[in-house]
Write a protein of this length. Structure first.
Ligand SMILES: [Zn+2]
Length: 326
């Protein structure tokens, strides 16, 4: 399943043509998202398990483990929400606060390509850990806001919803967002931890659909409410140990939870390593810099640009870049 693409870093084509990213993994998890619904009940959902992709994404970053754990949850969450939407572009979560983790950004494209960036003050995180070895998302982020956005390209409007950070965990923060912004009830449970196999993450997200709207059902509204409550009760029994264990299939986990509730699973969707950086893009960015800045950035004739999403260093010869003449 894992395909690692390692290209040579011996660059021969000019910077503006060269799109190589030497050691960025080309990794696809075919059953990363399994959608499901409960027959004759107003419940639909997704179980997200990016598997080894979580480890690949998280271990490219130098953030402390407590920050990576939260980033893994954020990746599972955007994968769950993006796969429920019909759109072309990227779906992103951005959390900004005044805590040791000032910024957490995770996004997922319509094709399931995932990436994230976390900007943490690691000294402040170390201070926090002395007093509190298991900080919550709220401890890390502090006061601030959480925004969910759909970006469908340069000539389109960005659809964005913003709420104040409320709750201790990212699951609670997401639930608070849905409670204030969505028409229908949502239930969210996020998981991430370091296992024997490396970092693993997961998300179980359920929505209560309007009866008589999106689904065929002869149940009364009261029966629908009961079915929703039953689904939540069952979903709550899902443990981190189960979700983060690669040996258990997603369809089997859903069967364990909902086999008596008319479970029907849909077509699984793939998740992938999704950084969109390239030498060509960074090269054209560098070309917009004034000559003085380029000279200042060059060390021994080489300019190094780091992609904050995949933490890959791109090296350019100063002589390759013409820069902007005033
Ligand atoms: Zn990148």
């Amino acid at each position: 399943m894992q395909r690692v693409c390692a290209m040579t870093s011996n660059i021969s084509s000019p910077a503006f043509l060269d799109t190589s990213r030497p050691d960025t993994p080309d990794l696809v998890v075919p059953q990363g998202v399994v959608p499901f619904y409960l027959d004759n009940r107003p419940v639909r959902g997704r179980l997200v398990r990016p598997g080894v992709l979580t480890d690949t994404l998280l271990t490219r970053h130098d953030n402390p483990d407590c920050v990576l754990r939260l980033a893994g949850e954020a990746l599972a969450l955007v994968a769950a929400l993006a796969s429920a939407l019909k759109f072309q572009g990227s779906f992103s979560l951005q959390a900004k606060g005044d805590g040791p983790l000032g910024l957490l950004l995770a996004d997922c494209t319509d094709a399931g390509a995932l990436r994230f960036h976390a900007r943490s003050d690691d000294e402040a995180v170390a201070e926090l850990l002395k007093a509190n070895p298991n900080p919550t998302a709220a401890d890390l982020l502090g006061k601030g806001y959480i925004a969910f956005s759909v970006d469908q390209g340069p000539d389109t409007d960005i659809h964005q919803g913003i709420v104040e950070i409320s709750g201790q965990s990212l699951s609670e923060m997401a639930a608070h967002y849905f409670a204030t912004s969505e028409q229908h009830a949502c239930w969210v449970k996020l998981f991430c931890d370091k296992t024997e196999a490396g970092w693993r993450a997961g998300a179980l997200v359920m929505e209560k659909i309007a009866m008589g709207g999106g689904i065929e059902s002869d149940a009364t509204p009261e029966e629908g409410d009961d079915a929703w409550e039953t689904a939540i009760t069952l979903a709550t029994t899902l443990t981190a140990r189960e979700v983060l264990d690669d040996r258990l299939g997603s369809a089997d986990l859903l069967y364990r939870l909902f086999h008596a509730e008319g479970l029907i699973t849909g077509q699984p969707r793939a998740l992938a390593f999704g950084c969109r950086c390239s030498r060509a893009r960074l090269s054209s960015l560098l070309e917009t810099f004034p000559l003085d800045d380029l000279d200042h950035m060059a060390k021994d004739g080489t300019i190094t640009m780091n992609c904050q999403f995949c933490n890959h260093d791109f090296h350019f010869q100063r002589s390759e870049i013409s820069g902007k003449t005033a």
